[in-house]
Design a protein around this ligand. Sequence first.
Ligand code: 5MM
Length: 338
Amino acid sequence: MNIEDIAKKMCAKGKGILAADESTGTIAKRFKSINVENLEKNRLIFRQTLFNSSGMKDYIGGVILFDETIKQKTTLGLTIPELILEHGAIPGIKVDKGAKSLAGSSEETVTEGLDGLRERLKEYYSLGARFTKWRAVYKITDKYPSSQSIKSNAHALARYAALVQEAKMVPIIEPEVLMDGSHDIKKCYQVTSNVLNECYNELSIHKINLKGTVLKPNMIIPGSECKKKSSAKEIAKETLHCLKKNVPSEVPSIAFLSGGQSEIEASKNLNEINKINNTNFLITFSYGRGLQASALKEFGKNQENIENIQKAFNHRARMNGLSSKGEWAENLEKESAA
Ligand code: 5MM
C-alpha cells in the first residue's frame, strides 16, 4: 500500500486511532492510579486485551504502539502487530524520544529523537509498522509558547516527517497545545493557529507529501482552570474555524488527541465537530485516555476479567466511532451504562 492509501485506511469513515503508545513512565502513572504493578507482563496483558476486542474491527483503523509493545509476543501466539492486523487495523509506532528541556527557554520543551531515526524506521517497518507518530508539546502561560519553541518543534516535526515518508510510512504530526492553565478559548485558538501555521510552513520547506500524512491536534478548548467554560457547540465552531484557516486542504484526515478531557467530553466534542464539519477533512479521534480510561479501571478491579475490560473498551470505541460520523448521542451512553 502506498502512503496515501495507508493514511486513508487509518482514518476510514467511522474509524479512528487507538493511541496505546504510553512510554514506560506514562503507563507507570496510569497503572499506579489503579494499583497495578508496572511490569512488562501487565503492560502486555492490558494491551493485548484491548487489541483483541471485538470493537477493533468496526471502529479502529490504526493502533499507535510503544517500542516495547511492537516487539512483544502475545500469550495468544501472535505477535502484537499480527494481532492488530488480524483485527483489521494498521500497526503504528511512536518514534519520538520524548519532550526534553529546550535550551535557552527553561520551562519549555523540544521533542527529541532524530538521531538514528532512519535506522530505527527500517527496523519498525520490518516489524510491521506502516505509520509513525511524533508529538511536540506546547504550554500556554503569559510568556509561552515562545517563538523559539514553536519554531524548533516545527522544524523537528518536519525533519521527522521527511524521514518517515522516505521509509514509506505515514507520519502522524502531533503538535499538542496543552489544556493545562487558566487561559480562555480565544487564547487556545490563537496559540494553536500559530503552532499549526509554523508546522505547515516547515512541512512545506521539507517537501512533505501532505496527502500521506495525518494531523493529530488538540481541540480548541479553554484551559482546564479557566472559569469561563465553553459549550461543545462553541468548541466545535472554534476548532473547525482554526483548522480551516491553518491546515492545507490536501491533508486528508485530522485525528484529535483527547488531552485530558473526560471520555464523554471527548466523544461529545468530536461529535459536535462532525455535526457541523463543512471542510473536506475526515475528522476523527486518536485517543489515548479518551478510549482507555474505563477499560483501565476495569483492569484495576480484576485483571482477569477480560470480558469487562473489553466491554468497557468496545463501548468507548463504538461511541467515538459514532462521534466520527456526528451520530453520537448522550442517551447512547446512558443506555449502555444501564
Ligand atoms: C497515549 O499517550 C501518548 C504517549 O505519551 P508519552 O510519550 O508521554 O508516554 C501520547 O502521545 C498520546 O498519543 C497523545 O497525547 C494523545 O493521548 P490523549 O490521552 O491525550 O488522547
